[in-house]
Design a protein around this ligand. Sequence first.
Ligand code: PLP
Length: 383
Amino acid sequence: MNFNDELKELKKKHTYRQIPNITEKDGEYVIVDGKKLLNLSSNDYLNLSTNEDLAKEFITQNQSEQFQFSSASARLLSGTSSVYRELEFVLAKLFKKESALIFNTGYQCNLGVISTLARKGDIIFSDKLNHASIIDGMKLSEADFRRYKHLDYNHLEELLKKYRKKYDKALIVSESVFSMDGDIADIRKLVELKQKYNAILMIDEAHAFCSIDDNCAGISEGFDVDIITATFGKALGSFGAFAVSNKTIINYLINKARSFIFSTSIPPINIAWTKWLLTKKMDFIHKQKNKLSRLTIGVQKYLKSSDIETVSHSQIVPIVIGEDEKTIEIAEQLKKLGFFVMPIRPPTVPPNTSRLRLSLTADLEFESVKTIIDYVRNEIQVD
Ligand code: PLP
């Protein structure tokens, strides 16, 4: 099949992707196709990225030499300065780990960490719904890998019993808050299994970091987790990512992780912004986190009382519709009502589980989310 035929096939299957025609962002709103819509498709869980007052405060409080828009090199060349090391120090301290390493994106971070730490002769055990960056990291490593059923730790233990002994190192990888379902891994159980079977445990905190965790240290805070990764591009309203671990692992990554070594580092202005948020704006972050938590509890309760099933225990609230076409149709109707809710379809999620993914953010009003839920409930019930 040629490229054109494949694209036609995607259109036929309603899985063709297009970049939305967003022209502007304004607080909790986006302008899409010229229409102002309430944005429920953003990972900016605390509404920090579009907060103009915050950006102005940052600019007045920081030195102009930090306002450079390119690092112009990889970290191992000259793409580094004090602010990068200072941010890494802040992260290591927050997570109570020996060291931290900034990566350019969460994708590059997971790809680099997994493909570097696991190699031929090793085995990786991965939750079936782990993010694409984890899957690609496993594929890039030359290790064998087994995927356990989503959140099914009996299945994980069966696989550990069957395969662990045949391999040198074993790596268990899970997200903490899952990106498409909003459900949460049992970190205590994962730690128990990694200790019992002598494995390395890696947790991706991308959707928990500074959103539903207590202290911006992930929800695995206080647990014996070997490597934590997370991104700045979601709740923290910035860009980039990081891994925290012991000194040996971080030094090993600096020496071996190709996605770290062979890529121009994040611009200094962005590193300075991230550091400023984590050091000077923690009170504001906590205020927004509390607002988000109240909204999330209200929405979860309302879903329950509306008889809409969801597995979510976080700010990511999927409403599974099933059919791709119906999901797209409801998302289009919601646009007409003033809401930007993305339909999520395979291959991002398993077949027949197409969904509307409500991404709650701190400044949203409960009443707006209620309107969406009421509309979707009627649409589902009509069928
Ligand atoms: N890990 C998870 C669980 C994610 O959901 C994402 C982003 O969607 C990433 C990693 C990648 O992070 P980034 O967007 O910084 O590349």
